[in-house]
Design a protein around this ligand. Structure first.
Ligand SMILES: [Zn+2]
Length: 261
């Protein structure tokens, strides 16, 4: 079975066929999905999906692009959600300097990234980190405030040097459709470099569909292409990639405890 550690099935692109698609996942070898909150609305939807489907879990958090939504009330609301039995992470949180160029907006992203890292530490949950064009500031903040928190850098888009830093702090590397792209040299190098027990698989669907479906709506059904790409780089069978990344997903989200399954 494949563990999709990062999905957005609440996205409007799934409105027409969400139920049928989700109900088909298990028969296609997708055993578990963590649906990731990115703002107030999608955190609510993620929890609702997790309550409806036994194999779906939720992450609660606010993405840097929506950091403007955050205030003390929202923070307290996120904190109460961490007690929900199917909320397994804080995320996605982080920095996105690709979309945000304004200094004060970036400063606000940093402030709430730190706060949400501290929330994760307080509640004993891992984090799902989003970082785009913000390599140095993300690393500085995780080193300063998230060293002992643990989690995953999702859709890892930096090089081996940065991967080493996160691996040294105990973080997992999130690998998705990009690893199948011909021009994606950097993530292929990172997959080659990272120990197999620190790689987790994700779709980030509806985004980032792997080749041969690049550019189309993505879903967990495409994950065998990601498994295959990793198996080629690592020189192990797809079955081994599935088994190891399944265990990694369970470890990342601390699901070993039977009461959480
Ligand atoms: Zn995402």
């Amino acid at each position: 079975m494949i563990f999709d550690t990062h999905a957005h099935y609440d996205d409007a692109q799934f409105d027409a066929d969400r139920e049928a698609l989700l109900e088909s996942l298990n028969t296609h070898g997708i055993g578990r999905v963590v649906n990731i909150g990115a703002n107030i609305e999608s955190t609510k939807s993620s929890v609702a999906l997790a309550e409806k489907y036994p194999f779906i879990y939720a992450a609660a958090g606010v993405h840097p692009s929506d950091a403007g939504q955050l205030n003390e009330d929202v923070y307290q609301w996120l904190k109460t959600l961490t007690a929900h039995e199917k909320v397994v992470a804080i995320g996605e949180i982080g920095l996105d300097y690709y979309w945000e160029k304004e200094a004060d907006v970036r400063a606000n992203q940093r402030e709430w990234f730190v706060r949400q890292l501290e929330l994760a530490r307080e509640c004993g949950l891992p984090v799902s980190i989003h970082s785009r064009d913000a390599a140095k500031d993300t690393l500085d903040i995780v080193k300063g405030h998230g060293r002992d928190v643990g989690g995953v850098v999702h859709c890892f888009s930096y090089g081996v040097e940065l991967a080493r830093e996160y691996l040294n702090m105990g973080y997992y590397i999130g690998v998705g459709g990009v690893v199948t792209f011909n021009n994606a040299k950097s993530i292929k190098e990172v997959v080659d470099y990272a120990p197999m027990d620190r790689i987790v698989i994700e779709t980030d669907c509806p985004y980032l569909a792997p080749v041969p479906h690049r550019g189309k709506r993505n879903s967990s059904l495409n994950l065998p292409y990601v498994v295959s790409a990793i198996s080629q780089i690592k020189g192990i069978s797809p079955e081994e990639v599935e088994a190891i990344t399944w265990k990694n997903g369970m470890d990342l989200y601390r699901m070993a405890d039977a009461s959480r399954q």
